[in-house]
Design a protein around this ligand. Structure first.
Ligand SMILES: Cc1cc2nc3c(=O)[nH]c(=O)nc-3n(C[C@H](O)[C@H](O)[C@H](O)COP(=O)(O)OP(=O)(O)OC[C@H]3O[C@@H](n4cnc5c(N)ncnc54)[C@H](O)[C@@H]3O)c2cc1C
Length: 416
């Protein structure tokens, strides 16, 4: 990464412009409940689909306003999105920016939690605020019946005035179609399924896709394998997330991510297009770290297969035994039977509010409103706006009980 590149990068310019581990929550529906599948839909004011940081923040803000809701989540445990990521994952954001509204992350401000610690934090967050989560409910349909929304999960039916879709952006792994032409002896996996180097076979590794996940994974596997990293350069933030100056720079980063890089600024709109197409800049593991562990950086893209081996766009072929596709994810809103998703695969929304379908909301999208929308530190702000909107639509109806604000709340996540 040259200084020249840094000066040209949108990230750098934006920076300048700005100058528990407590009880495991298991609230899966009981067998009895599952057996009791009736054709009658359960009635709710708001259904939140997805109980990650975005969905939990929405429930928190709704509860704070006395508005009832239910969260439906496909996973068995709150936080499983984080548990299913690679074992060595350490957050790039420090603990001071890893808390959700109302509950700081329980660690030193400048410590970097592991993925599992983040998962446990989300679990304890739901417990503490008694958020009404139903785990193990995979939503497969969303349509409208008159003025109300109908949410389905297999035989189960839920009706609501409002639906908040907070299913996360890292859902449907993308693997190029030519991957099927690779020699069967090549071990292939997507970053979504990568846990540790133990999954790989002996021999060189090609990591395809050089954004955040690709860089992290290449860095790890380079300890045991000759490793090539191919893909477009997505840039990198111009400081170390855990360096000496980090405590000073992080607040500036936060400001940039929430206030400067938004859909309301030209630089924000440019960054949004770039990030949605190629992924964000390198954060924790950067070019110098990769070089230090011997990762061979191939700036060419992997575009096809020749004689069973991956081929780059400069015609070179990589003789490798393993390929890890860090080629991103696509949104999957195919279960939404409403005309709200644009040709680019993203819902048409403004700060999460879908004008074309009143009562429908999205949270946690890549660059929903700002760079911070997909970060932990941005989840609360977007969720609060959506909760406010829902509350204003619900005016006049009786409110649910106030948010339980005690810091030491024990017990299970509420089941409605
Ligand atoms: C490898 C990696 C590292 C990251 N590190 C950081 C970091 O250090 N700091 C930071 O701020 N951000 C980080 N992020 C970005 C972001 O914070 C996470 O991706 C976060 O998990 C997004 O939260 P979410 O609530 O939007 O989605 P998710 O955490 O993905 O949660 C979505 C939930 O929706 C549920 N769901 C999905 N579909 C359905 C359905 N049809 N029915 C019912 N439930 C459904 C899922 O089960 C899941 O629980 C990282 C992302 C990745 C991929």
């Amino acid at each position: 990464m040259t200084t020249g590149f840094l000066l040209r990068s949108w990230w750098f310019r934006a920076m300048c412009a700005a100058v528990s581990g407590r009880t495991v929550v298991r609230c899966r529906a009981t067998q009895e409940e599952e057996d009791e599948v009736t054709e009658q839909a359960e009635q709710f004011e708001t259904v939140i689909v997805g109980g990650g940081q975005a969905g939990l923040s929405a429930a928190y803000h709704l509860k704070r306003r006395g508005r009832p809701c239910v969260i439906l989540d496909a996973n068995e445990r709150i936080g499983d999105s984080w548990r299913k990521r690679w074992s060595s994952l350490r957050l790039y954001s420090p603990a001071r920016y890893d808390g959700l509204p109302g509950m700081p992350f329980p660690a030193r401000r400048h410590a970097f939690p592991t993925g599992n610690e983040m998962a446990d934090y989300l679990e304890s967050y739901a417990l503490r605020f008694e958020l009404p989560v139903r785990a193990g409910v995979a939503v497969d349909g969303l349509s409208k019946e008159g003025e109300r929304y109908l949410v389905t999960a297999g035989e189960r039916r839920f009706e609501a005035d409002h639906v908040v879709v907070a299913t996360g952006v890292f859902r449907s792994p993308v693997i190029p179609s030519f991957a099927t032409e690779l020699d069967p002896s090549v071990r292939q996996l997507h970053s979504n399924d990568y846990r540790s180097p133990a999954q790989l076979q002996e021999g060189p590794v090609l990591v395809v896709g050089a954004a955040h996940s690709g860089a992290d994974i290449a860095f790890e596997v380079a300890g045991e394998h000759r490793t090539l990293l191919s893909g477009t350069d997505t840039g990198q933030i111009p400081f170390r997330v855990d360096g000496r100056l980090a405590p000073v720079i992080w607040p500036v980063m936060r400001f940039v991510a929430t206030r400067v890089l938004t859909v309301g600024t030209p630089i924000g709109r440019k960054a949004r297009a770039k990030i949605r197409a190629h992924g964000g800049p390198l954060l924790r593991i950067k070019a110098a770290d990769l070089a230090a562990v011997g990762v061979e950086r191939v700036v060419a893209k992997t575009v096809g297969v020749q004689d069973g081996m991956p081929m780059f766009d400069d015609g070179q072929v990589a003789e490798v035994a393993n390929v890890i596709w860090c080629t991103g994810f696509r949104n999957d809103f195919s279960w939404i039977q409403l005309p709200v998703v644009g040709e680019d695969g993203y819902p048409e929304q403004d700060r999460g509010v879908v004008a074309a379908s009143p009562g429908l909301y999205f949270l946690g999208l890549l660059f929903l409103h700002s760079f911070s929308s997909m970060l932990i530190l941005g989840a609360g702000r977007d969720a609060e706006r959506v909760a406010k909107h829902i509350s204003s639509r619900s005016n006049g109806r009786p409110a649910a009980q106030e948010l339980h604000s005690t810091r030491t709340l024990k017990g299970e996540v509420h089941r409605t």
